[in-house]
Design a protein. Structure first.
Length: 490
C-alpha cells in the first residue's frame, strides 16, 4: 500500500471504472483488478512502499520484513555498519529497466540525494545529518561520517532505489518488472521478455464482464457479488482468501474544536458509535475492530488495549459529566449556557458514505446530539469522516499525528509533546536493523488516551484468484513482504 501520504477514502473504498479495452499479445498478462492504487499517478505509485511495487517493480536497498521482525538488505549483497562507517555492497549483475548496469556511481548519486535533509526526513523530524564523504571501490560504496549519526543505515527502507530518466515515468528502477502506463491501468512487464508473468493492474470495477485467462481480483466488502454500498449487508460475507489492508475508516477529531478539544468528549463519541454494526452492515464483516490506527497483525499493536465498547449508557454519563444535558422540550443536549450541542463533520465523499452517515446520524440523535455533515469550506469542522492509509509495514503514524506534519492530512494539526517524542523515538528505531516495536506500543497507548480518532474499522479485501496453478487457501499473511510474488507462483 501507498504510505507516507494522506489518503482520503470512503467507508468502503472503490476506484473509478475504466471503460478501456486491453489488446495484448499472447500470452495475455495476469489481470489484477481492485488493488487500491491511484493508477493515474504512475510515478507516485511505483515509488511507494506498496506491497506489489516494492516487491516487483521498484525495490529499495533495504526493507522492513515483519516476518523476521527486522530489516534486511534487498539490492545490497551486504551492509556493514560501525559507529562512523557504513559499507554498502551492491548485488552483482544489477541492471536498470533499460538493461544498463547499475554502477557504484549510480548508488553514490542516489545516496547523496537521499541524505539531503529534506529528502531524508521529508520535513518530519529535525534530525542532524553529520558531514560525510563517499568513496567507492568495485561494487562497494563507503559512507564515512565525521561523527556517528543518530539514525541507522536502514533509513533507506523508505526510499525506493531509482534514478531519473527521460522515459514516460521520469524514473527507472531495478525491479524484475518494468512499469508502463497504459490507458487501462499500469502494465508491469516481466523483464525476462517472454510475457508469461506480465501483470496488468486495472481499476475495479471494470466496465463489462471480465474475460481473462489469469485473474486476481481484490474486492472490499461492498464490491463483492450481490452487495450494494448504499444498502446494509444482511449476511456475513464469505471469503476464502481475506487480506488485511492498512486502510482504516475513522472520524478524525479537531483538537481545537469547542467540544472536541476534550479527550473525554472524543471518547464519549467513540462509545456511542456502533462500530460492530458498521462493520457487519457496511462491510459484511470484511474487516476488523481495532483499538487504535494500527493493524492488529503488526508486532507493535498493543493487544492489551481493548477496543472501546459500544456503550450508549456510558457515553450518556460522560456527556452529562461534561455538562451537556438533554432538555425535555426538544430532546437535544445543550451546555450550561444553553448552546445547542451540534457536531459538524466534514465529508468529502457524500455518495460513498451514505450508509455510514445514516448510521452515525441515528446514533448521535439517539443521545440528543445534533449531527451536521458539511462540505469543504462550509464551516469549521469538529471532525472529518475519512479513510486513512497507514504506513505499512512500519506502522508509523508520524504523518497523521506529529505536530510538524499532521496538518497536511487534516484541516488542523495535533500538538502533543509526549506524542511527538514517542513518534520520533520509534522513527529512529526503524532505521536500525531491529526496530523496537515496544515503542510503537507506547504510541498506541498514547493515542488510546488522546483519542484523536474514533476508529470505526480496519478494512480487508477478498481475493478471488484464477491462475494456472493451485489456488491459495486461507488468509494471506501480509507480514510477508513477498506475499504477492508468491501468490503468482514466483
Amino acid at each position: 500500500m501507498i504510505s507516507k501520504a494522506p489518503c482520503i477514502l470512503a467507508l468502503l473504498p472503490a476506484l473509478a471504472a475504466s471503460g478501456s479495452t486491453v489488446h495484448a499479445e499472447k500470452p495475455a498478462p495476469i489481470l489484477v483488478t481492485g488493488w487500491p492504487l491511484p493508477l493515474n499517478e504512475a510515478q507516485k505509485v511505483i515509488l511507494s512502499n506498496d506491497a506489489i511495487m516494492e516487491s516487483l517493480v521498484c525495490p529499495g536497498l533495504t526493507r522492513l520484513n515483519l516476518e523476521k521482525n527486522g530489516s534486511e538488505p534487498v539490492l545490497l549483497e551486504s551492509l556493514e555498519q560501525t559507529d562512523k562507517t557504513w559499507r554498502f555492497t551492491l548485488r552483482p549483475n544489477l541492471t536498470w529497466w533499460d538493461q544498463s548496469v547499475v554502477s557504484t556511481a549510480d548508488l553514490e548519486a542516489f545516496v547523496r540525494e537521499t541524505l539531503q535533509p529534506q529528502q531524508l526526513t521529508e520535513g518530519r523530524f529535525a534530525w542532524t545529518i553529520p558531514a560525510f564523504t563517499l568513496t567507492s571501490k568495485d561494487r562497494t560504496l563507503t559512507i564515512q561520517w565525521t561523527h556517528k549519526p543518530e539514525f541507522g543505515p536502514y533509513v533507506f527502507n523508505e526510499h525506493p532505489f531509482r534514478k531519473k530518466t527521460d522515459n514516460a515515468l521520469g524514473v527507472q528502477c531495478t525491479g524484475d518488472w518494468r512499469a508502463e502506463p497504459q490507458t487501462a491501468g499500469l502494465l508491469l512487464r516481466d523483464r525476462s521478455g517472454d510475457g508469461r508473468h506480465d501483470i496488468l493492474l486495472t481499476p475495479n470495477p471494470l466496465a463489462g464482464p471480465v474475460k481473462a485467462e489469469r485473474l486476481l481480483s481484490f474486492a472490499f466488502g461492498d464490491e463483492m457479488p450481490g452487495t450494494d454500498s448504499r444498502k446494509p449487508i444482511i449476511d456475513k460475507l464469505s471469503c476464502g482468501n481475506p487480506l488485511d489492508t492498512p486502510i482504516i475508516t475513522v472520524i478524525a477529531w479537531n483538537p481545537q474544536g469547542a467540544m472536541t478539544r476534550d479527550a473525554t468528549f472524543r471518547r464519549a463519541i467513540t462509545h456511542l458509535t456502533p462500530r460492530g454494526a458498521i462493520l457487519r452492515a457496511g462491510a459484511g464483516s470484511m474487516g476488523d475492530l481495532i483499538s487504535g490506527p494500527i493493524l492488529r497483525a503488526h508486532p507493535g499493536y498493543k493487544r492489551t488495549l481493548l477496543v472501546p465498547a459500544y456503550d450508549p449508557g456510558k457515553s450518556d454519563a460522560m456527556l452529562n459529566e461534561l455538562g451537556y444535558r438533554r432538555l425535555e422540550e426538544d430532546g437535544f443536549r445543550r451546555d450550561a449556557s444553553g448552546r445547542l450541542l451540534e457536531v459538524k463533520i466534514l465529508v468529502r465523499d457524500h455518495a460513498g458514505s451514505a450508509l455510514l452517515r445514516k448510521v452515525l446520524d441515528d446514533s448521535f440523535r439517539a443521545l440528543g446530539i445534533k449531527l451536521r455533515f458539511i462540505t469543504e469550506g462550509e464551516a469549521v469542522p469538529d471532525g472529518l469522516l475519512t479513510g486513512i492509509m497507514t504506513s505499512w509495514p512500519d506502522g508509523d503514524l508520524t504523518d497523521h499525528l506529529h505536530s510538524r506534519v499532521s496538518g497536511r492530512g487534516w484541516p488542523w494539526s495535533w500538538q502533543d509533546k509526549n506524542l511527538d517524542q514517542a513518534l520520533e523515538a520509534y522513527a529512529l528505531s526503524l532505521t536500525q536493523r531491529t526496530p523496537n516495536f515496544t515503542l510503537l506500543e507506547k504510541i498506541h497507548e498514547l493515542v488510546y488516551k488522546l483519542e484523536p480518532f474514533s476508529v470505526l474499522m480496519q478494512h480487508r479485501v477478498c481475493l478471488e484468484a484464477s491462475l494456472s496453478r493451485p489456488q491459495p487457501k486461507g488468509e494471506i499473511a501480509v507480514k510477508n513482504p513477498d506475499w504477492f510474488r508468491q501468490l503468482i507462483g514466483l
